[in-house]
Design a protein around this ligand. Structure first.
Ligand code: FPP
Length: 249
């Protein structure tokens, strides 16, 4: 098994974002209903949060439900909503005890009232926590987020709160849902597909991408370390050349 000490030459990522894919296939392989795959997926969520907390990854952002996922069969959508609400019920005390701030990005207005209520309480309870931020992307779409930010910028220009010449990347970012999060250093997608699926389109501009065939319910500590080791082996150049990066370090 890979361990945190096998290579300390590069830092751990500060912010890891995950597209948790493969729950349905995990269940299908076992002749189980898809919801059982999501239930096992929720256990992997608990493991991933614990991994980040133990190893000092300060920000973990999980893609739990996209704007496109509303098109799934009604029974799956309602099953996922119940699962989210159960997850908050069963985990929020532990999350709070571990000084983790619970955070949500996405169009939460569309969520059923019982989920919204749970979310509001979880946000309030953990709002002062400092050690880590767990963000769940719910009813989230990257393009929708950018359009909504552009509309807010437009409004700010009209009202005089913002001047055209003051708009730059940093200012535009402050109108996104992720205003208080740094951009992800590492994006992990499980389940074998090689695409971004409308996740954090603006924020992933310089993120290292890691794709694995492991299905999300099987994604364990060892799988997480493999992703981290791959991240550590890469050189992040942000458009510069290797020599400029080496001379700086
Ligand atoms: C994608 O797998 C997964 C989802 C759309 C839902 C993710 C939800 C969870 C992991 C459980 C609850 C989440 C939290 C935060 C408690 P898929 O269904 O598309 O899998 P498939 O591609 O194999 O069909």
């Amino acid at each position: 098994m890979l361990s945190p000490n096998s290579d300390q030459s590069n830092a751990l990522p500060t912010h890891v974002a995950i597209i948790m894919d493969g729950n349905g296939r995990w269940a299908k392989k076992r002749f189980m209903p898809r919801l059982e795959g999501h239930r096992q997926g929720a256990k992997s969520v608990r493991r991933a949060v614990e991994f980040c907390r133990k190893n000092g990854v300060k920000f973990l952002t999980l893609y739990a439900f996209s704007t496109e996922n509303w098109q799934r069969p009604e029974s799956e959508v309602s099953g996922l909503m119940k699962l989210l609400s159960q997850f908050i019920d069963s985990e929020i005390d532990e999350i709070h005890k571990n000084d983790i701030r619970f955070n949500i990005v996405g169009e939460t207005k569309q969520l059923p009232a019982f989920v919204k209520n749970k979310i509001e309480r979880a946000l309030a309870k953990t709002s002062e926590n400092q050690t880590m931020v767990l963000t769940v992307a719910l009813s989230y779409g990257g393009r929708q987020e950018i359009i909504s930010a552009a509309l807010k910028v437009h409004q700010a220009l009209l009202s005089g709160c913002l001047k055209k010449e003051d708009i730059n990347e940093r200012v535009f970012s402050s109108y996104l849902n992720t205003v208080d999060l740094p951009d992800p250093d590492l994006l992990i997608r499980t389940g074998g597909e090689i695409r971004i699926s409308n996740f954090l389109l603006w924020q992933l501009a310089y993120t290292e991408l890691y794709f694995t065939d492991v299905l999300w319910p099987d994604f364990d500590e060892n799988s997480f370390w493999q992703a981290i080791e791959e991240f550590r082996s890469r050189q992040r150049r942000y458009g510069k050349i290797s020599e400029q990066i080496q001379s700086k370090s």
